[in-house]
Design a protein. Structure first.
Lengths: 271, 239, 271, 239
């Protein structure tokens, strides 16, 4: 509700997301992921979450390592050239414990747009010749005017979007510096939004076009300096290489406790 | 020993294909395309209109990040044009060139970035095709690169078709393939590489029995590479 | 092409838009309409244009008064409370010389989104009970997964979007101050974009999020100070009441020559 | 002579229906809703979340413009949330209240803002329904106002159904109607107005034979109106 502070702690925010929820995470690959909140979900032992993102790395891989996920809907899950494949995600999928709901990044965007627009599907241009529609059970739809055929992408309406921003205010207005990736779409598509922020102020004081997330859509705001680590946060810090290696090199299938401990102080600063 | 590396000639083969004024996009995990685009802009300014996942439009990064969706790739951008915008641009026919990588490429211009083995119970779960399943059909042309050229990477048939269609060229450490009516055919073989070496490294049959040599990097081209990529990001996929 | 100046004069820009083209105009009702360019079209005697806008007033009314239009696709055409109905539009429609392709504003947005996304139609939520779908010949489409039925809105891909901005650079980057209305959608949906601008600089020098139109999508830039008059232009000038009255009170069906003369000096400053 | 006008009680009837925290939108040509929203926010802060076509979110205009999509309605906004966003919000079930005007309103909760006479060859071409055809079904509720209450404005049947469905209340200079199972019924009659006057001004039959009086404006309400609308924009539709 407008006018009231939405500030909560990291663990409290993680507790708002129930087991089994559909959770979309902001940022892209190793940049501006809501990593501290992902760790808070792991610490609380979340189970059965359905993860949604165009291109993921640390967050999805950590949640797979900790057994939190039932499925991953994404166009890409991996660390890019420096750290390679996402080992925990890979293992979880190959063992059958997590369902890889592979998308093209654009079909994630299309699915989110359907949710935003209140329709149960949207037609998308592309996918000709791809095995993905058959593998994913996607059906087609015909233009009733021209007969043109498109793949129909079912809406994805996340229960929660979790987005890390450089600056937020207590009312939930959020400001992203640098790349926005798909975060504005995620916020609009989701039933509830949690912002974690490098810095929380009483009221954002910037040009109106610099406010990416409108506060009235946001349920909770968490002060989480360093909350994207080991991912980068534009204008604040780059990728934490040892921190990333600590997860990537954790024994595959382990609960990654040592890795979580590594960030206890970073994340505790937010409590 | 030649004065250039496989990464140099691959970056330059990609750069040579780009034209001033066209819109060009690379996605995640695309260090060679990043270097190629910046080299093309330097060699023939202003070069292509450079788009990437950060929303950058003709960004001028001060250093080349290892991650190709790093915020640095927004530096100096004239405006914000994000990933959804880029996919839309491609869908409505306005993206001239997309750079797409793949784990497997077969002779029928099919790309696999999804799985080795069955989709539902894969032997290897790969990262996924990112934008390829829509960009390959929607962009006016797709340029593919792969820094490994061996029969596993270039099989007779991909395990899974993540995308196919609009592939124009495939650049490897050994050669350049082009799409001739839906089949990959040799366009050129890099200097110092033999035809038999290419044939042995390729899991699908090569229609020709020879191919012209790829033009060796010129001094101007090598200077452009050195200027835009002094830290040799272009070697990262060869590590 | 990037790097090259796209600066042209007002008449030259109007000459780029051929008779019969689909032309979308930016702004909303009496705010930041590309009025000078609309007058330039009227002066060159444009004919058979198909006009597109969510909510229009002066621009559509002027072009109707001057016989330039074949159809108007809009959710609203009128001057709001102060000046009332759009008399020239009304007369043109009632006489049968202009086709009123009434939309809901949202279906204009949906039609533009379809064009942006390269699909020939999009499903839209709403319109239950409305006579509009039958009157407009809109068909329905079924979700292939759930059977849910939506009205299918055919794409509108304007040949030209004409947008008035406070500031543009020679490369076509455009900055809007105050309300953006649907202008960013119009620019993306259209095959070609003309910007008219209060001020043209060599290179926009503002925060990246303040640049609303990416230059590479723009064909031509026109220096047109006062180019929205008699509409308002946020931060520059308000609605010109006598100028508006001059059109509204022109004899219905006239070519509005006296009205065009009134703005000759305003528009000539841009040549 | 009473201390308040029809515009005062209409604005207040609309304002009284608004709740703190709900999202509320008005579009073009909506001076009474604008005044009502600002009055509601003043009477019970922070009041509803106020959205409008300019993209304003809880804007605090320094003066009330005659045009209700004027840039001034973005002043002091916390963020930008434009018209497409608002329609989307309604489509996904997140818009609590939409204010919609109409040229004709009939007893079956149908609104006409399109034409008098046939659609394809109208006797009068009206401005069009703007957002109504999607907002009336999609918003959780629609509040309708009309400053003319006569049989032409409230006919037995509208000439054209621009929109219908989720209408909750209709506020006129004479009375307030509410939607009872798809029929407009009298909820209250403004002080000083007789039942017969309402019946004579209404082109559809009134089910009841009487109705309670609309509560007269309180001093606090009148003070709020004077504070938010000192220039009496609320009178403009009565001109």
């Amino acid at each position: 509700m407008i006018g009231m502070s939405k500030l909560v702690g990291l663990a409290e925010a993680a507790a708002m997301i129930p087991d089994g929820a559909v959770v979309a995470m902001g940022g892209n690959v190793m940049h501006r992921s809501p990593a501290a909140l992902a760790r808070a979900l792991a610490r609380r032992g979340a189970r059965g979450l359905h993860f949604v993102k165009t291109a993921a790395a640390y967050d999805a891989d950590l949640l797979c390592a900790c057994g939190c996920l039932a499925s991953v809907s994404a166009g890409y899950v991996g660390y890019e050239s420096e750290f390679g494949l996402a080992p925990h995600y890979r293992k979880a999928v190959e063992s059958g414990s997590v369902e890889a709901r592979e998308h093209a990044c654009y079909t994630i965007i299309t699915a989110l747009r359907a949710a935003i627009q209140g329709v149960s599907f949207l037609p998308v241009k592309g996918l000709e010749g791809s095995d993905l529609p058959a593998a994913r059970g996607w059906k087609t739809v015909s233009d009733p005017y021209t007969g043109a055929v498109f793949v129909a992408i079912p809406a994805i309406r996340p229960d929660w979007a979790v987005i890390h921003v450089q600056e937020a205010d207590r009312l939930g207005n959020g400001r992203i510096l640098g790349p926005r990736y798909e975060d504005v779409l995620l916020a609009k598509a989701s039933r509830n939004v949690i912002l974690t922020a490098e810095r929380v102020v009483d009221r954002l004081d910037c040009a109106i076009e610099a406010v990416d997330i409108s506060g009235f859509m946001v349920s909770a705001v968490v002060a989480a300096p360093g909350g994207a680590r080991p991912c980068s946060c534009a204008g604040r810090y780059g990728i934490d290489v040892p921190g990333t290696r600590s997860l990537v090199e954790s024994p595959v299938g382990s609960a990654a406790d040592a890795h979580l401990s590594l960030y206890a102080r970073n994340d505790g600063g937010a409590l | 020993m030649s004065a250039w590396t496989a990464s140099d000639i691959m970056a330059l083969c990609l750069a040579r294909l780009l034209r001033t004024g066209e819109t060009v996009f690379h996605g995640v995990a695309s260090p060679l395309p990043l270097v190629a685009i910046l080299a093309a802009k330097r060699l023939s300014p202003p070069g292509p209109v450079y788009l990437n996942i950060t929303g950058g439009v003709d960004a001028s990064p001060r250093r080349l990040p290892k991650s190709t969706d790093d915020p640095e790739l927004l530096a100096g951008s004239a405006s914000l044009f994000g990933l959804a915008d880029i996919f839309d641009l491609a869908a409505r026919g306005g993206l001239d060139t997309a750079f797409i990588g793949a784990a497997q490429i077969d002779g029928s211009c099919r790309l696999n970035s999804s799985v080795i083995g069955p989709f539902d119970r894969p032997k290897v779960r790969l990262p996924g095709g990112a934008g390829s399943a829509v960009l390959v059909p929607n962009a006016k042309r797709t340029l593919v690169w792969r820094t490994k050229h061996d029969p596993r990477s270039f099989p007779a048939r991909v395990d899974f078709v993540t995308s196919m269609g609009g592939i124009d060229r495939v650049v490897t450490p050994l050669c350049v393939f082009r799409n001739a009516g839906g089949r990959l055919v040799l366009e050129s073989i890099h200097p110092g590489v033999g035809f038999d070496e290419v044939a042995a490294a390729t899991g699908f049959p090569l229609a020709a029995i020879s191919a012209p040599a790829t033009p060796a990097p010129s001094a101007a081209e090598m200077a452009a590479l050195a200027a835009v990529d002094p830290g040799r990001l272009r070697d990262i996929e060869f590590a």
